[in-house]
Design a protein around this ligand. Sequence first.
Ligand SMILES: [Zn+2]
Length: 164
Amino acid sequence: MELLKTPSFPIENITPDVKKLAYAIKNTMYHNKGVGLAAVQIGTNINLIVIDPEPEKKNCTIMINPKIIWKSDTSNVDKEGCLSCPGILCHIPRANKIDIEYTDLDGEKIYKNNCTPWESRIILHEISHTNGELIIDYLGLLQQRLYFDKLRKIVKKTKRIAKK
Ligand SMILES: [Zn+2]
């Protein structure tokens, strides 16, 4: 949990290691049936995220140092889950539309505008990870405590199953 609360470092050079990590993140995301994953979620806090709003089409986008350039004034609230926060969905308000800028794996600067609300939600969720924020930060203190109790029970149960 500690690393997940730490902001990610910007990537200055796209080394072979960065590329290897990007593919590992992509595979982990598909393996867990996610629509997005940030490097920090697999233990490396460099600023890299992978998203795929339509995972059945397997057409993901790898974004290095993604930055929000513009956010719409209008927002919507929807339930969000996270591979790093198992067993919980949180109601999170997100901007309806965003414009972003990022670098791709070839080092090219990409400007992406008119993201759909679904894309925007995924990208904003992943960018939150690079800022050390989690969906459970949106819960009240009591709800957070209840969640951590539940999480401990899940972990205990998993350990019991693993022992069998
Ligand atoms: Zn997440």
